[in-house]
Design a protein around this ligand. Structure first.
Ligand code: UFG
Length: 327
């Protein structure tokens, strides 16, 4: 039996693929290669294409004995989602609709879906629990929430079981040194601060230092990408064993300010990281911290590597060894 990983050539997908390979799972990858990198896929057959290509999807399901789908394929730039919202509906909502239709036609009834903390918008309380208010402040989060709802109704009508994982701030790289974070454009704090440490950019901007937090900069919940990969494997096994559908926060519950993260990059790299205070970034909540209690209780997941210095050190090692990313 084979696992289909949609979006398996991207940053998080490639780490999940590496974990599946370590567990000797059969797998195939589908990726549009818009954000994915061929070199990041360490095994399994790679199909190059789009979820909206029904013929390709049918071919993949015809040619492989697909048992379950891990679905990370999405457009995921929050800023772009506000200027080009219809692209996000097409890629994230319509693409998943197509995938579910084809899964149904081929009697595949298990899916692990990547969602986001952005479904909550400005949280009503901290730490955030899964049942808290969902009020996305951007189209990206809105499209992920739309898919969550689609999965709910698809289960009721068609019995497609799902595990939804709402990612908080994913960081770090694989211990094997072969894969890591490589976005273009890069918008995330840790890789940008590392670029500043490597002298590839002049400085790192701190988007706002007047938030009501301990040092005025935003607080986020950072989680190691390999802890994220572990959660997917546990989710898969849960579904395979006949477990019920579920929606889980995937964060470590550990919170750090932007200034603390930049300081960790200085400490780990031993290099200066010049900073500048910039205006707030529109749409940024002041504080996002997960309660990971539910996934810990129901899937027995534990964050094993999500200590800030360890995450920054693994990201630093990868970026230092691959200053131009995957070339
Ligand atoms: N930040 C800076 N300077 C930068 C980049 C980021 O100060 O150059 C700050 C941001 O304002 C934010 C924090 O660093 O407070 C983290 O920003 P990231 O861009 O690294 O991550 P986000 O928290 O914005 O985004 C993450 C996921 C998104 C998801 C979002 C949910 O990457 O996919 O959480 O709110 F939508």
């Amino acid at each position: 039996m084979t696992i289909l990983v949609c979006g398996g050539a991207g940053y998080i997908g490639s780490h999940i693929v590496a974990s599946l390979i370590e567990r000797h799972e059969e797998l195939v990858v589908l990726d549009s290669m818009v954000a994915g990198r061929e070199k990041a896929v360490l095994g399994g057959k790679l199909y190059h294409g789009d979820l909206n290509d029904r013929e390709l999807l049918n071919g993949i399901f015809n040619d492989n004995n697909i048992e379950a789908v891990i679905h990370l394929a999405a457009s995921s730039l929050v800023g772009e989602s506000m200027t080009n919202p219809l692209k996000y509906y097409r890629n994230n909502v319509e693409g998943t609709l197509r995938l579910l239709e084809v899964m149904r036609e081929h009697d595949v009834d298990q899916i692990v879906f990547s969602s986001t903390a952005a479904v909550y918008g400005d949280p009503e309380r901290i730490p955030i629990r899964e049942d808290d208010r969902k009020m996305p402040r951007n189209t990206y989060g809105e499209t992920k929430l739309a898919v969550e709802r689609m999965l709910h109704w698809a289960e009721l009508a068609h019995g497609i079981k799902h595990v939804i994982l709402r990612y908080f701030n994913v960081a770090g790289a694989h211990d094997n040194g072969l894969i890591g974070e490589n976005h273009d454009p890069e918008t995330h704090l840790i890789p940008l601060a590392i670029q500043a440490a490597l002298g590839q950019r002049e400085n790192i901007s701190i988007y706002g230092d007047d938030y009501p937090t301990r040092d005025g900069s935003c607080i986020r919940d950072y989680i190691h990408v390999m802890d994220v990969a572990d959660a997917h494997l546990l989710a898969l096994n849960h579904l395979r064993c006949g477990g019920k559908s579920g929606v889980y926060n995937l964060g470590s519950g550990e919170d750090f300010t932007v200034k603390e993260v930049i300081e960790a990059v200085r400490k780990v790299s031993g290099k200066p990281v010049p900073e500048r205070i910039a205006p707030r970034r529109p749409g940024d909540p002041a504080v996002l911290i997960a309660s990971p209690d539910l996934i810990m209780a129901e899937l027995k997941w534990r964050p094993k590597r999500s200590n800030l210095e360890r995450m920054v050190a693994s990201a630093w090692d990868w970026h230092r060894a691959h200053p131009q990313g995957f070339v």
